[in-house]
Design a protein around this ligand. Sequence first.
Ligand code: COA
Length: 334
Amino acid sequence: MSTPSGFARATLRGNGLTFRPATLDDVPWAVAFTTARDPSEPGNEAQMRHWWQSADPERVDERWIIEEGGESIGYGYFGHPLWARSPMRAARLLAWFPRDARRPDRLGRAFDALESHAVSDDALVFTANSLEGFDDEYETLVARGYREDRRSKSWELDLIANRASLEAMTATARERMKAEGIEITTVDSVPDPNKWRKLHEMIEASVQDIPTTVPHTPESFESFMRWMSSPGLHADRLWVAREGQAIVGVSVLEYPPGVGNVWTDYTGTSRSVRGRGVARALKCETVAQAIALDVTHVRTNNDGENKPILHLNEEMGYHRIPGHIQLLKTVAVA
Ligand SMILES: CC(C)(COP(=O)(O)OP(=O)(O)OC[C@H]1O[C@@H](n2cnc3c(N)ncnc32)[C@H](O)[C@@H]1OP(=O)(O)O)[C@@H](O)C(=O)NCCC(=O)NCCS
C-alpha cells in the first residue's frame, strides 16, 4: 500500500473524528492554526505551500485536516520513506490540536485512527513528537505506550546582545580558515558546475553522523534540490567550506519570507576536516550575515547527544528554548 503522495491517500474516520485529506486550499487555515498552537513559532504560508506540493516520489507524506461535527479542529500527518529504501520501518505520526483542556482526549482519539492507518501501511515503529512544556501531549502519548526516545535542545541567539562577541569570534575564525587553507564562501559564488552534486554528497555523508535512533534514509539529488529551492533558502546566504575543489562543509539559515523565525536549517562538515574550526567559521558567517540583514535573533535545534554542535552553540551565546521530544512505540507483531 506504499504509494508515494504529497497529500493523504484516503479519508480516515473513527471515534467521532474525520481526517479529511488536506489540499492547498487548506494552507491559510493550517498556518493560522499552527501559529495559534504555538505563537512563538508563527507558520509561514509560502514555506508550507512549498512543502505540501513537493510530493517526493521516494516518500509517503499524508496530511489531513481533522474535523469533528463538521468543524476543523486539528491537523494530522503520517509519513515515512518508501519501505524499500528505509533501513527501519519507522513512521511518523502527528495530530495537533489547540492547547486547551480537550487536547488529551482529542489526541488519544486521533492516534487510534493514525495507529490503525500505520499498521495497515506495514509500519513496525511509530514515532511521535512533542514539545517541552506541552506536558498534556507527552503524558497522553506515554499512556498509549510511547516511551521517550530522544530529547533535542533548541536554542535562540540574541544577535543584538551578542553582536560584539560574535563579530570578534567571526574575525578569529576567518584568520583560522586562512591558516588552514580553507575557503569559506556562499554557494552562489562557487564556479564549479558540479557544486550542487558535491554539496548533496557532502550533506548526505555528514547527516549519517547525527545521533539518531531511526536511521537516516538517503535522500535523492532531486529531493535535495527541492529543499534548495524552498522559499526560505537563498544561494547567496548558503555558506560552504571548500578545500581545493572539494566542498567540505555547509551551514545555512532558513529565512521564512515575511513571517517567522530564522532557523539554522543545517550545519555539517566532512569527516576529513572535523575539529579544525570549519563548522564554527561557517556558523559565524551565517550569523554575521543575519546581523547585516537586521535579523534580531536566530534559532537552532540539535539532538541532545550531539556534543560538538551543542558546544559550539554554547560558545556562540545561544540560550535554551523548549526543545522537541521524540517518543517511540514498537508495534507488537502477532
Ligand atoms: C557537528 C559538526 C558540524 C562539527 O563540525 P567541526 O567542523 O568538527 O566543528 P568545529 O571544528 O568548528 O568545532 C567542533 C567543536 O566541538 C568540540 N567537540 C568535539 N567533540 C566534542 C565532544 N565530544 N564534546 C564536547 N565538545 C566536542 C571541538 O573541540 C570543537 O570545539 P573547540 O573549537 O572549542 O575546540 C560535525 O561533527 C558534523 O558534521 N556532524 C554531523 C552533522 C551534524 O551533527 N550537524 C549538526 C546538527 S544538524
